[in-house]
Design a protein around this ligand. Structure first.
Ligand code: MD3
Ligand code: FE
Length: 204
């Protein structure tokens, strides 16, 4: 356990290989029920390079007309999101240090070359709840900074099986994924990476 910044807790290799394989199997079931979609930026409609889906009662979506938001249904199929797998609820209970259940698990699928620009997660209405991040597949270079966009940043490599709890003073810090490292995944084909983020959305 390494505290990268106040409230930013890095747990390298938290999940065993067998646990990672079980998470990938659970995600395959989720993607079958709730296909990956390509979010687009508010107003401009520019597509993200990361594809996404969700599980749990709420899911994060974004498109040109509706902007960033949580909603109970898949933007393309209109179906409710699939249930959160028990292994993810267990991980939240073990790592989040927050009494109420998570309501959303955002599944980010990075194909080779995908990245995520520096941003703040601020669409949740429960600022006391942390975000729990789980990385699977290819190693990435993750960047985090301060509450202001121009604040200095630091970088850390996130590898398959790593968990990060983002809470406290770090909950509203800027962060992003600069790049993936090809040839680093023995879990997923084609240098892909999956990141899961568990979130409490409504006030607990
Ligand atoms: C640091 N995902 O989905 S997870 C996101 O690897 C997102 O896919 C990244 O940022 C990914 O919003 C990073 C780790 C993470 C999540 C939230 C944070 C780090 C954070 C909030 C504040 C500071
Ligand atoms: Fe984020």
């Amino acid at each position: 356990m390494i505290e990268l910044a106040p409230g930013l807790i890095y747990r390298p290799a938290h999940f065993s290989r067998v646990e990672q394989e079980a998470l990938v199997a659970a995600i395959r079931d989720i993607v079958r029920a709730a296909p990956l979609f390509t979010p687009t930026m508010p107003r401009t409609g520019k597509p993200f390079s990361v594809r996404m889906t969700n599980c749990g009662p709420l899911g994060w979506v974004s498109d040109r007309d509706g902007g960033y938001r949580y909603q109970a249904t898949h933007p393309a199929t209109g179906e409710p999101w699939p249930a959160m797998p028990p292994a993810l609820l267990d991980a939240w209970r073990d790592l989040a240090g927050f009494d109420a259940q998570p309501e959303a698990c955002l599944v980010n699928f990075y194909a080779a070359g995908a990245r995520m620009g520096l941003h703040v997660d601020s669409d949740e209405q429960e600022p006391r709840a942390p975000v729990l991040s789980i990385s699977l597949g290819a190693t990435c270079l993750f960047r985090y900074g301060g509450s202001k966009r121009g604040d200095p940043t630091k970088s850390v490599k996130l590898s398959s099986g790593d968990a990060v709890v983002i809470g406290g003073q770090s909950r509203f810090c800027h962060h992003g994924v600069d790049r993936l490292f090809p040839g680093t995944s023995t879990l997923l084909a084609n240098d892909a990476r999956i990141n899961l983020t568990l979130r409490r959305v409504t006030p607990a």
